[in-house]
Design a protein around this ligand. Sequence first.
Ligand code: ZN
Length: 354
Amino acid sequence: MRKILFFFLVILCISFTYRGAELLYESASYRETYYTHNFNREKLLEIAEEYKYLYENYSKTKYAPISAYRRACIFNNLYRRYKLPHYKSEVVKSLKLLIENYPESWVTKVARRKFRQIIVIPPKRYTVVVDPGHGGKDPGAIGIRGVKEKDIVLKIAREVKKELSRKGIDVYLTRKTDAFIPLSERARIANEKGADVFVSIHCNACNNKKVRGVSTWILNATSDKRAIEIAARENNVPVEKMDDINKIILSLIQSAKLNISKKLAYYVQKDIVRELHGASQGLGVRQAPFYVLVDTRMPSILVEALFVTNPSDARLLSKRAYRRRIAKGISEGIVKFLKERGNVISKSRVTLFK
Ligand SMILES: [Zn+2]
């Protein structure tokens, strides 16, 4: 009696596991052939259909998500090999099904990771407004051998535009020629273009000809005498008036913009210094009340690219290769910043399959 019972138990076990085993075997064999043979399109489609069948007929079993996942894998292979957008939509369909029906399954987790690149919505086109300081009747700082800040910064800004455009970013200059544009107008342009980043480009100056280096600035009130002097020059107002401006700035400042601008400034400063290969000093990220940064509604910085009053810095600025390095540093810093922000946004979005 015991023997018969045991026998029945074995039969029962086999019949229970059989379906699963059969499915597992099929899945395993498909996986093997899928990876070891170079199938043509028709064969791959056939296998994908098989998986569809498996998924539909065993949709209540634990193998269902694996079927859906493998189907997505095959379509992805087809999509990548034959570059047919139709297959991309098939991948998305399979994964959507997978993620909707099995949100907690490990396959879903793998799928999310593996297919992130192909599922993500087309990348947003970013807009950067580059502001070459001064222009026209306002020459900016006058440096060694009468070199004018307004001329150098326009050249650097053009290089920045080239670099960023190459990376698929829409770039606008606040001035393309030697024209005078009021500071408020520059901010207005940035807001109107819906810029993601605003960068104002300047060159520094100092009575002490030994002072040199590159610094990146964000808008803030300050009590630092040297910083106030620089901001007074860039704002085109006497230093005595800066006290009032300091107070106004303090009341205007939005802390969200300040924090995000600080991050942008660190990236840009770091990349310019790296691009200069130690040819000049890095003076770090600083804060001062710059008019041009007040009204912009996006992360905004002001770069003081070297000193026109320092012989070594002035020599670097006179060379196209170094102006390009500065421009490259600015561009790379901006791109890093935008990339990081882009990721932060897409992670919190639920538009995975739109
Ligand atoms: Zn300037």
